[in-house]
Design a protein around this ligand. Structure first.
Ligand code: NI
Length: 205
């Protein structure tokens, strides 16, 4: 190759890279691409085995983060059951997915309760908690709303909370926001949508 041809080849390559960065070949995610968002970047919490953890502890895996509480009657267990379906349908790639469940009810969701509840959906799932201040901090960082709704007795309150899921790529970068599935949609349909996006991220998208 002549020097001029080499320069031309380099230039063509640079154009191709720029085009890719501009989005011509951007991955087609089913869920909302929030790559580069300046929130929900990290957390400092304790897992259900008592280990202090942050996002870096799950590097190398696609990570999903969902906020909820163990006494939630339907939204949280439905979301966790759907994630079990996702992990199982991913087959061997399921080992490269880490599902995290952050409690917004640390008052009742003790480490022991989380250790019992979260892995019951799938042994690889991890429950995370902090004290009241740490919970408020992580919810604020993640733009997650939660609020106690009083019940008939002091201990019987329930929690209102946002139900979206954040998805991180294996490098620990926030990439996607997953809204709760539309009412009436079969879990298998929303699971397939998420599986498609997770496969893109595992493939380096
Ligand atoms: Ni819930």
């Amino acid at each position: 190759m002549t020097r001029r041809a080499a320069v031309r080849a380099l230039f063509a390559c640079a154009v191709a890279v720029a085009a890719a960065a501009c989005g011509d070949t951007a991955p087609r995610f089913r869920h909302t691409d929030i790559t580069g968002a300046d929130y929900a970047k990290d957390f400092a919490l304790t897992d259900h085995t008592g280990r202090k953890v942050s996002l870096a502890d799950y590097r190398g895996r696609v990570v999903t983060v969902f906020f909820g509480f163990t006494q939630c009657p339907d939204v949280c267990p439905t979301a966790l059951a759907e994630m079990r379906e996702v992990v199982e349908k991913l087959g061997p790639d399921g080992q490269r997915l880490q599902v995290l469940f952050i409690t917004v009810d640390p008052e009742r969701d003790t480490q022991a309760l989380l250790a019992q509840y979260v892995p019951a959906f799938h042994p690889s799932f991890v429950g995370l908690y902090g004290d009241a201040a740490a919970t408020a901090r992580v919810a604020k960082d993640f733009k997650v709303f939660y609020q106690k709704v009083p019940g008939k007795t002091p201990g019987s309150y329930t929690m209102d909370h946002s139900a979206g899921t954040y998805v991180y790529d294996p490098q620990g970068r926030l990439r996607l926001f997953v809204r709760p599935p539309p009412a009436g949609e079969p879990a298998s349909v929303s699971a397939e949508r998420l599986i498609a996006d997770i496969r893109l991220l595992l493939g380096g998208a």
